[in-house]
Design a binder for this molecule. Structure first.
Ligand code: ADP
Ligand code: XUL
Length: 517
């Protein structure tokens, strides 16, 4: 009965999925919502500062307590932890945890809650997370010291980016030099959880390490130039960096004694939530891309070789199955579509019908769909800009307005993913808006690719469980994907007659974007 546990430590909650590879079943699926279940951390949404603050931190002890709670919940639900043969973790990317030299002596005492044993090891009380964008100055300094933003992207896969760990570490070093000096180990959220599970130092994998602006991604080692440009003595404070299938040894006796976990259960190196999701969605082979239409829209895909986005918007991370992956994030996703539905008092069925009533190319009507400041491309002053017929521009053509938002979103995604050499033959679509046939038809036509729906929930935790199975038992990816990440039956086919219309529109969109971005 080989069972593998995947744990995801994410922004608002942590969750655990156990898969049984003999029965091809998910046998446990649990989560702990920080805001609701650990209210003493004053973090209703998992973080400490108001939503609109440029700085954003979380209390790492909340993550420790959440982790223990998962094991306790499993036991309360009657789950037999001794059936688990291996565990791997996923973590929200970029966030960092700072430990003093005491971490080398840590041996978890089964009689004491973990949180009380970790508290004295912290050299920084809070952890900056991915929502923190307070390091523009540090990004500029790092770019300057490392030979420019493009050079940094060529080495690390991304230009210096505010939420990435390196700029965050530099800020800590500048604002609290003493705290920085007291710090003996800096973990990512994911490697910190592996440290807790293994009860000893844990490495970082290429998937999550790439989100730090510190890793020489092609070489698979920390970049001396980036370390030096970031903070003095940083190399000694970072764990080793290793491939994503590295086994770290047995789980700490703490979990065996306290929760009955199998003493021979192995811990596999952690990775970031996006690299884990690539696995959890069965998309680690080049040629398949995932389009996630959630709160934001994201596009991610496996890549055969390391290539970077010349425009500087996309990121490159290690692909846990080997090679690389891209990640591109568009902030104006579902919330912008929702605003359009609200404006015209449409249900999602009406929204889909509006798309069906209007022709591909929208009779020449085009919209720049920026209700919020956009990351890809960088649009700082958001605006819904309309070009085309008078009725359209004066908001009197609701069906055209609806189609225009979706066409612009799909075209922008195609435009900003063109730097990735592999053209997707299949797009796997997921997220709330993937229920909408009208929206999906536009994406199929714009990309001229067949679409398949994926209904995997919690792909990051599932991906971690699949990584544990692959690393510990050698079951190959295709076999795991067939059992746990199969797309729903049926495809949405592109209409080849729309190809030329969208080729022309892409050029038009590019021209309009150049005026505002
Ligand atoms: P996240 O995981 O980012 O929180 P989801 O993937 O759950 O988000 O997507 C939620 C969004 O999906 C909602 O904001 C909503 O606008 C959108 N959504 C839900 N159902 C539909 C639908 N039928 N058509 C279009 N959009 C939808
Ligand atoms: C990716 C990113 C987020 C976090 C949190 O660059 O910042 O997706 O991983 O989920």
């Amino acid at each position: 009965m080989p069972r593998y546990l995947g744990i995801d430590s994410s922004t608002q909650s942590c969750s655990a999925i156990v898969i049984d590879t003999d029965r091809s079943e998910v046998v446990l699926d649990l989560s702990v919502h920080y805001g609701e279940e650990l209210p003493h951390y004053d973090s209703p949404n998992g973080y400490l500062y108001p939503e609109d603050s440029v700085a954003q931190h979380s209390n790492p002890l909340m993550w420790v307590e959440g982790l223990e709670l998962l094991f306790a919940r499993g036991r309360e639900a009657g789950f037999d932890w001794s059936s688990v043969a291996g565990v791997a973790c996923s973590g929200q990317q970029h966030g960092s945890v700072y430990l003093n030299a005491g971490y080398t002596e840590a041996t978890w005492d089964p009689a004491v809650p973990l949180v009380d044993q970790v508290r004295p090891l912290l050299s920084r009380a809070t952890s900056p997370i991915w929502m923190d964008s307070s390091t523009t100055k540090q990004c500029e300094e790092i770019a300057e010291a490392a030979g420019g933003g493009e050079r940094v992207a060529a080495v690390t896969g991304s230009r210096p980016t505010e939420r990435f760990t390196g700029p965050q570490i530099r800020k800590f070093f500048q604002e609290d030099p003493e705290g920085y000096q007291q710090t003996a180990r800096i973990h990512l959220v994911s490697s910190f959880v592996a440290f807790l599970l293994a009860g000893r130092d844990a490495p970082i994998d290429y998937g999550d390490g790439a989100g730090m602006n510190l890793l020489d991604l092609a070489q698979g080692r920390w970049s001396d130039v980036m370390l030096e440009a970031t903070a003095p003595g940083l190399g000694d404070k970072l764990p080793a960096v290793v491939p994503s299938n590295t086994r770290l040894g047995r789980i700490a006796p703490f979990f065996v004694r306290r929760y009955g976990v199998n003493e021979s259960a192995e811990v596999v190196v952690s990775s970031g939530d996006n690299p884990n999701s690539l696995i959890g969605m069965g998309a680690s082979h080049p040629g398949t891309a995932v389009v996630s239409l959630g709160t934001s829209d994201t596009y991610f895909a496996a890549m055969t070789r390391m290539q970077v986005d010349p425009a500087g918007y996309g990121h490159v991370f290690g692909n846990p199955a080997g090679g690389f992956m891209s990640l591109i994030c568009f902030k104006n996703g579902s919330l912008t579509r929702e605003e359009m539905a609200k404006r015209f008092q449409m249900s999602w069925e009406d929204f889909s019908a509006a798309i069906r009533q209007t022709p591909p190319g929208n009779n020449g009507n085009l919209m720049l769909p920026y209700l919020f400041p956009e990351i890809t491309p960088r649009v700082l002053k958001p605006e819904l800009k309309l070009y085309g017929s008078g009725a359209f521009r004066s908001w009197h053509d609701s069906a055209a307005a609806v189609r225009a938002v979706v066409e612009a979103q799909a075209l922008s995604m195609r435009l900003h993913s063109q730097w990735i050499a592999e053209r997707p033959q299949t797009l796997l679509v997921t997220g709330g808006a993937s229920q909408n046939d009208g929206i999906l038809q536009v994406f199929a036509d714009v990309f001229q690719a067949a679409l398949r729906r994926l209904s995997v929930t919690n792909s990051a935790a599932l991906g971690a469980a699949l990584r544990a199975a692959n690393a510990c038992s050698g079951i190959d990816w295709d076999a795991l994907y067939a059992e746990f990440a199969a797309p729903e039956p049926g495809t949405i086919q592109p209409d080849p007659d729309t190809a030329a219309v969208y080729d022309r529109m892409l050029v038009e969109l590019q021209r309009r974007l150049a005026e505002v971005a």
